[in-house]
Design a protein around this ligand. Structure first.
Ligand code: MRU
Length: 350
C-alpha cells in the first residue's frame, strides 16, 4: 500500500486523497498551516490519519517558533494546537494526538527548546508507528469473526488510507484475506464524498481482494439476498457506552443489519474511544459544505440552484446495534468498554 503520510527528511508528505483514484499526488507540508488545510480539505481523512497528521502539524509548528523561554514557546505551541484542533470536530483522534503532543512538550520542559522540538517530531513518528501496530492487532482480533465464504459489507473507507497503514475495518478484512479465507467485500460508495467508491474499492483492488462496489441504497437488497454475512466499519469517535460516530449512512447500515440478522462490528483503535462522554448524544457532528451534495466534485450540478441542503458528515450508531467493538486490545461488547478504561495507557506509557 502506498503511504498516506510519510516524513521525508524535513517535511511531511501527505497523499491528496481528493484526487484518488484518478491520480496519486502528494502535497509537501512544511508548516502547520498546510497540514491544517490538508485536514480541512480532506487531502487526509479518516480518524487515525487525521490524528497522525495533526501530530506532525504540531511538530512542524514547533519548529517555526522562535522564543527563548519554555513558557513563551509553549504559549505559541498552544496557538498552533488550537489552529489544528479547529479543522474538523468529530474524529476524537485529532484531539487525542494534539493533547499527547502538548503533554510531550510539558513533560520535557527542562530540556533545551531545540531538544523539545526534536522530541516532538519523534513523538509524531511514534504515533504513526504505533497506529500501524495497533491496526495489525485489530486485524488479528477481527479476522476471527470472518469465516470462509463470507460476504462482508463495509461503509466509507477505514483502510490503509485512513490510518498510518493497514487500516482498521479494512485491516480486519485484509487479515482474513492473508489467512487465505475466501471472502467477498461489498463496498458502499458512501455519498456524498464517495470514500467507498474512490478509496475503499481502490485499496481492495490493489490487494486483489474480491470486491463489489454498490451504491449506499443497495445494502438492504444485498442483505435480503443473503450475500452479506457481516458488516465491519471504522469509527470517528466511540462514547463510553459504545455509541459510535462514523461516516453518514453507517447508522442505516446497522439498522439494516439488525433487521436481517447480520452481525455489525466496529473496528477502531482505543485512541478513538472518548471516555469523557457518556453517550453518543455528546458527539459533535460536522456539517460540511452543501456543495458536496448539490455537485459531483464541484463540477456537475445535480440539484436545483438554491435548494435547501443538509450535509452532516457523520451519524451515531447506538451501541445496541453493535455486536462488538474490535480494538488492538481485543473485541469487546459495547457494555464491556468501560473495562478498557482501567489501565489505559499508550505504548509510550501515558
Ligand atoms: O470524512 P472522513 O472521510 O474523514 O470520514 C472517515 C470515516 O468515517 C471513517 O470510517 C473513520 O474515520 C474511520 S477511519 C479508520
Amino acid at each position: 500500500m502506498i503511504p498516506t503520510l510519510e516524513w521525508k527528511e524535513d517535511h511531511l508528505r501527505m497523499l491528496d486523497q481528493t484526487r484518488l483514484p484518478r491520480e496519486v499526488v502528494y502535497v509537501d507540508c512544511r508548516d502547520a498551516q498546510t497540514v491544517a488545510e490538508g485536514i480541512r480539505e480532506l487531502w487526509v481523512r479518516g480518524a487515525p490519519a487525521i490524528g497522525i497528521a495533526a501530530a506532525y502539524g504540531v511538530a512542524l509548528g514547533a519548529r517555526e517558533i522562535n522564543e527563548r523561554t519554555f513558557e513563551s514557546f509553549y504559549k505559541k505551541l498552544e496557538e498552533v494546537s488550537s489552529m489544528l484542533a479547529a479543522t474538523r470536530p468529530t474524529a476524537v483522534n485529532l484531539f487525542w494526538a494534539i493533547e499527547r503532543m502538548k503533554k510531550t512538550a510539558l513533560d520535557c520542559r527542562n530540556r533545551s527548546l531545540k531538544e523539545i522540538k526534536e522530541l516532538l517530531l519523534a513523538e509524531a513518528h511514534a504515533i504513526l508507528e504505533e497506529d500501524i501496530r495497533r491496526n495489525k492487532s485489530i486485524g488479528q482480533h477481527g479476522a476471527a469473526f470472518i469465516k470462509n465464504g463470507d460476504g462482508i459489507l463495509t461503509h466509507c473507507n477505514a483502510g490503509s488510507l485512513a490510518t498510518g497503514g493497514y487500516g482498521t475495518a479494512l485491516g480486519v478484512i485484509r487479515r482474513a484475506w492473508e489467512e487465505k479465507k475466501k471472502i467477498h467485500v461489498f463496498a458502499d460508495e458512501t455519498r456524498p464524498v464517495l470514500q467507498g467508491a474512490r478509496l475503499t474499492a481502490w485499496e481492495l483492488l490493489e490487494d486483489g481482494i474480491p470486491t463489489t462496489l454498490i451504491t449506499d441504497n443497495m445494502a438492504g437488497y444485498m442483505m435480503k439476498k443473503g450475500l452479506i454475512q457481516l458488516c465491519v466499519v471504522g469509527a470517528d469517535r466511540i462514547a463510553a457506552n459504545g455509541d459510535t460516530a462514523n461516516k453518514i449512512g453507517t447508522y442505516s447500515v446497522a439498522i439494516l443489519a439488525k433487521e436481517h440478522g447480520v452481525p455489525f462490528y466496529v473496528a477502531a483503535p482505543t485512541s478513538t474511544i472518548d471516555f469523557s462522554i457518556p453517550s453518543g448524544e455528546q458527539i459533535p457532528i460536522e456539517e460540511r459544505n452543501p456543495k458536496e451534495v448539490t455537485h459531483i466534485f464541484d463540477k456537475a450540478h445535480v440539484a436545483p440552484e438554491n435548494v435547501n441542503v443538509a450535509n452532516p458528515a457523520f451519524d451515531v450508531t447506538p451501541a445496541k446495534y453493535i455486536k462488538a467493538i474490535i480494538t488492538e486490545r481485543g473485541a469487546f461488547r459495547p457494555e464491556e468498554l468501560k473495562n478498557l478504561r482501567v489501565g489505559r495507557t499508550d505504548e509510550s506509557g501515558r
